[in-house]
Design a binder for this molecule. Structure first.
Ligand SMILES: O=C(O)[C@H](O)CO
Length: 435
């Protein structure tokens, strides 16, 4: 039954967003995609004969990596020997060692944990099946500075890139060329083991070479691409980083491995969850509530507060003309918006998205936007749910947007969605309920 009051609309927007997060949780995803039947292991459409291996181990990293490891322990039982994952969101595991790292900026303990991961990788042989778990956040959680660079260099470079407005494809082109593990180099290290990479994507369009900086897949980007990113976005990095990238461009450093590298012959990649997983679940929840539904796109990107206005425009059009859908309806989108940081406030893309929308939304519409990992920007909130009545002081809200200070404004309005770390990461999810 469709309900028409503002509370119910906000409630439904929030419920659909939470349903999306739940559907992308590793426990749910791995239960559906991975199963052991005697000596056969099924991962999505592929099968592996466990008899061919002496050891099956989990190696990897990312915000959701330990949840994936715990779910793999359940799915494989005693066929799984152990392994190491690095994460900032530890889950309880029995055989896989969970080591700490930090995100979005790499840390000393992340370097130590990544060293332990590499030691485990160095111990494999051709009778090892490695389940390489790569989820969003792996780039920061698995710092392995290449020779000649320090953790300080990586931290300064990451900070500067994250504030520059560069896309994740561009940010990771630089990170891959400063790392001993990213951009396919982990696959080189794992040879001659058989590697099945299990991916949870937080990248718009699911480019495997970008998710977590693609440690086990060929890298199409080059040192020259990395330098172009620094120049295009006017990013200042430590001298050692620029010198390293220039040496690479001039042929003095080995390029990241490409498709012709034999290391990839024994690697298969299985994308287990993407933004679409969350979007589809949000749509299902809206249909159950009796609403007409539409996926706007899973690839919405760009400056958060501008993308928000496009979503408001979609709601206005639906109310005015019944296009693209007749209200009552629910429009869902995914993707990843960015914020070009100008102020020094507290916020994140989904908080800016909702605050910007709250300034424009008319009656009869509610909007929820969340980061599915539960942590928008560096705040404690996943996002917020807003409508035309959310803001009591619109001037202050505009000031907050200009200062990139959306968190306190939405907190004061009681609009925050606080889930805590969710155990997954499939990017941003937005639900627009048009009454
Ligand atoms: O870790 C990363 O590089 C981002 O989360 C994209 O996957």
């Amino acid at each position: 039954m469709v309900v028409h009051d503002a509370d119910a609309r906000r409630g439904l927007a929030r419920e659909c967003a939470l349903a999306g997060i739940d559907a992308a949780h590793p426990a749910t995803v791995v239960r559906d995609a991975v199963a052991r039947d005697g000596d056969t292991l099924r991962i999505a459409d592929a099968t592996f004969a466990l008899d061919d291996y002496d050891d099956v181990i989990v190696l990897g990293g990312g915000n959701a990596a330990s949840q994936v490891a715990a779910a793999l322990e359940d799915a494989l039982g005693d066929a799984l020997s152990g392994g190491v994952v690095v994460t900032d969101d530890p889950a309880e595991t029995e055989r896989v060692e969970v080591l700490p790292g930090d995100h979005p900026v790499p840390s000393e303990r992340g370097v130590d944990s990544t060293r332990a991961l590499c030691e485990a990788a160095d111990a494999v042989d051709e009778r090892t099946l490695v389940l390489a778990v790569i989820t969003g956040g792996a780039s920061a959680l698995l710092p392995a500075p290449t020779e000649g660079l320090s953790l300080g260099d990586l931290r300064a470079t990451t900070d500067a890139l994250l504030d520059s407005g560069a896309t994740i494809h561009e940010v990771n082109a630089v990170r891959k060329h400063c790392s001993a593990l990213k951009g396919g180099r982990f696959a080189t290290r794992l040879a001659p083991a058989r590697v099945a990479t299990l991916v949870f994507s937080d990248v718009v369009g699911d480019d495997l070479s970008v998710i977590g900086s693609g440690p086990t897949v060929p890298d199409p980007s080059t040192y020259a691409d990395a330098l172009a990113v620094l120049d295009d976005y006017d990013v200042t990095v430590p001298e050692a980083v620029r010198a390293h990238l220039e040496a690479g461009r001039d042929g003095e450093r080995e390029e990241t491995p490409g498709t012709d590298d034999s290391a990839f012959e024994r690697v298969s990649t299985h994308v287990l969850a993407t933004n679409r997983t969350a979007v589809d679940a949000a749509i299902t929840r809206a249909r159950e509530a009796g609403y007409e539904t539409m996926v706007l796109s899973t690839r919405v990107r760009g400056e958060a507060c501008e993308a928000a206005k496009t979503h408001v425009a979609v709601a206005e059009e639906a109310l005015a003309t019944g296009e693209p859908l007749d209200p009552p309806c629910v429009v869902v989108s995914g993707g990843e918006c960015t914020v070009t940081v100008r102020g020094d406030g507290e916020g994140g893309p989904n908080l800016e998205f909702t605050l910007s929308a709250a300034l424009e939304l008319g009656e009869d519409t509610a909007l929820c936007a969340v980061d599915t990992d539960g942590i928008d920007g560096a705040t404690d909130a996943a996002g917020a749910v807003v409508d035309a009545d959310t803001l009591s002081d619109r001037l202050a809200a505009r000031r907050a947007l200009r200062a990139n200070d959306a968190f306190p404004a939405l907190d004061d309005a009681g609009a925050l969605v606080e889930t805590g770390a969710t155990g997954t990461n499939v990017n941003d999810l937005r639900v627009l309920v048009v009454g």
